[in-house]
Design a protein around this ligand. Structure first.
Ligand code: NAI
Length: 249
């Protein structure tokens, strides 16, 4: 088992890729702490965990709130005495608006939830993970590499995640903490369903845009994050791993 006796924090664990990763970490014998601001989603994840006999603690947290993130990491330390890995994955799409029409407060909110939260999470996680060594994976997106019209805040936030990941990897390479990013392509989760372009069916969009002619299932994206956090990726740091069915070829 890849995560025997290991403690793992997953943010955005109440839905989509985060939930799939939480299940995957737990299947590999990890003790998973799942954080999300959506309590109903967390409850659903907890139900799935308990049905499979997995160890899971749920924590309602807004990851863009510094005091809440500090408290989250403190709670894990108080309860488990360690933190071995973190999958910083919570995020929002922020709607589809051309730049000149993008509401400024929404732009700031997307940066806060998708980028500032990753800074906050790593700020409080790294000192704890350094004690025993471990790894972090931050969720970026192929939007960090392409220029998706209408998604300026989202693309900017995910470029920022890529940069933060590399800096954190450099600062911690000799300190026992590997830091990488996951860049999913089109993945079939509630986030994508919510931002689906009107009158364009999801399957059609995937068939047209993705060389593999389908979207990823959440577990296919999550598997790469789990691998990056595991000892199997022991010499990988500062990388952004793209899981996109060929979208960026
Ligand atoms: P999702 O909407 O299914 O899950 C995101 C989770 O994050 C939700 O449970 C939500 O409540 C939580 N969350 C949002 N803001 C939060 C906050 N401030 N504090 C705590 N929790 C918060 O979406 P999905 O697709 O699973 O997204 C996960 C990550 O993957 C995101 O960072 C997203 O940007 C990224 N991603 C998703 C892609 C896709 O096609 N679905 C493509 C590329 C990247």
């Amino acid at each position: 088992m890849l995560f025997n006796d290991k403690v793992i924090l997953v943010t955005g664990a109440g839905s989509g890729i985060g939930r799939a990763a939480a299940m995957h970490f737990a299947k590999e014998s990890g003790w998973v702490f799942g954080a999300d601001r959506n309590e109903t989603g967390l409850d659903e994840t907890a139900g799935m965990m308990s049905a499979s006999g997995y160890r899971f603690d749920r924590l309602k947290v807004d990851v863009s709130d510094e005091a809440a993130v500090a408290e989250l990491v403190r709670t894990i330390y108080d309860k488990a005495g360690r933190l071995d890995a973190a999958f910083n994955n919570a995020g929002i799409a922020g709607g589809n608006h051309w730049l000149e029409d993008y509401p400024s407060d929404l732009f700031a909110q997307v940066i806060s939830i998708n980028l500032f939260s990753i800074f906050l999470c790593m700020k409080y996680q790294i000192p704890l993970i350094r004690r025993n060594g471990g790894a972090i994976c931050n969720t970026a997106s192929v939007a960090a590499l392409t220029g998706p019209g209408g998604l300026s805040a989202y693309a900017a936030s995910k470029c920022g995640v890529h940069g933060l990941t590399r800096v954190a990897a450099m600062e911690n390479a000799s300190k026992g903490v590997r830091v990488n990013a996951l860049a999913p392509g089109l993945t079939d989760t509630p986030m994508v369903a919510a931002t689906r372009v009107e009158n364009v069916a999801f399957d059609n969009m995937a068939r047209t845009a993705v060389p593999m002619k389908r979207a990823a299932q959440p577990d296919e994206a999550a598997a790469a994050a789990v691998w990056l956090c595991s000892p199997a990726a022991s010499y990988v740091t500062g990388q952004m791993i793209i899981v996109d069915g060929g979208l960026t070829i």
